[in-house]
Write a protein that binds this ligand. Sequence first.
Ligand SMILES: NC(=O)c1ccc[n+]([C@@H]2O[C@H](COP(=O)([O-])OP(=O)(O)OC[C@H]3O[C@@H](n4cnc5c(N)ncnc54)[C@H](O)[C@@H]3O)[C@@H](O)[C@H]2O)c1
Length: 295
Amino acid sequence: MGILDGKAVVITGGGRGLGEAYAMHAALAGASVVVNDNDGDLAERVAEHIRGYGGRAVSSNHTVADPSEAAKIVELCVDEFGRVDGLVNNAGLNYETAPWEDDPETIRNVVEVNVLGVIYTGIAAMRAMRATGGGSIVNISSGASFGQRKLATYSATKGAVASLSYSWALDLESENIRVNAVCPVAHTRMVWKSERSLRAIPADRTPGKVAPLVLFLLSDRAEGITGQVIRCNGRQLHLVGQPYFKQPILESDSWDTASVERAFTGVLQAHLEPYGLEKRMPPRLRALVEPPQTA
Ligand SMILES: NC(=O)c1ccc[n+]([C@@H]2O[C@H](COP(=O)([O-])OP(=O)(O)OC[C@H]3O[C@@H](n4cnc5c(N)ncnc54)[C@H](O)[C@@H]3O)[C@@H](O)[C@H]2O)c1
């Protein structure tokens, strides 16, 4: 008996890479699967593969970036399998560039797929899930949301996915729909396109090593787990801390620029934090921690 027996799930961007692994593993765990990818041949290849070993799968070539097409992905799941219990919002685009060289068309394309696509497909899925009493949504974010060089637009879209997940989790708890986000790391086409990622990610980090986390979150075994961002790089599995208002919280009836400056030369200075995935120290903090050497 598989942990997804009797469930119907939608995997967007399931034609290759991580999405293919989620689709294959979900089918092996007993789920009926809609394998979506705007590259329809790839989606059909994965669905055929699943059917080839006795699983249940259909393919969809719709784009997540259009609300009516995103709705059709979910409709296909309801038409074929009678319901939608799980959605993995995995379809995504990435590219590296210096921010000053970024161009509006590429930016728009990435935001449309990575943010709007997640919203459109998620909304369609939650409507179907509410009609049948609940479900689980797994949104795919990224450690890049912490901030990474030459990935600003991509990072911003993945930060948006984390924020969306917190908010949806709040809205949907009463509807018995859990919402979590996953930050995966694995060798895929996306990584092969980036020399830096290729160097940084060990070759044994395959998509199949992240899939068990996604399956767990889709399954009833994750009951009570919602509003979380979880990272798995195939070896490490951990939660990503929730954003919070940091102490000390200074209070005043009003703040003018002079009092703001005093706050930053005073108590707040020591509370500046290293930033970005690489934990880079802001120069002010560096000056405090590493005072200049005197001759
Ligand atoms: N590979 C990693 O280490 C890594 C790290 C962090 C986050 N992610 C995220 O994981 C997800 C999967 O990434 P991957 O590495 O497998 O990438 P990938 O490029 O191998 O696969 C992404 C798939 O999404 C599909 N897709 C793109 N636009 C689409 C659209 N509009 N509608 C439907 N499908 C669309 C593509 O055709 C492709 O098959 C992405 O959201 C990515 O941002 C990956």
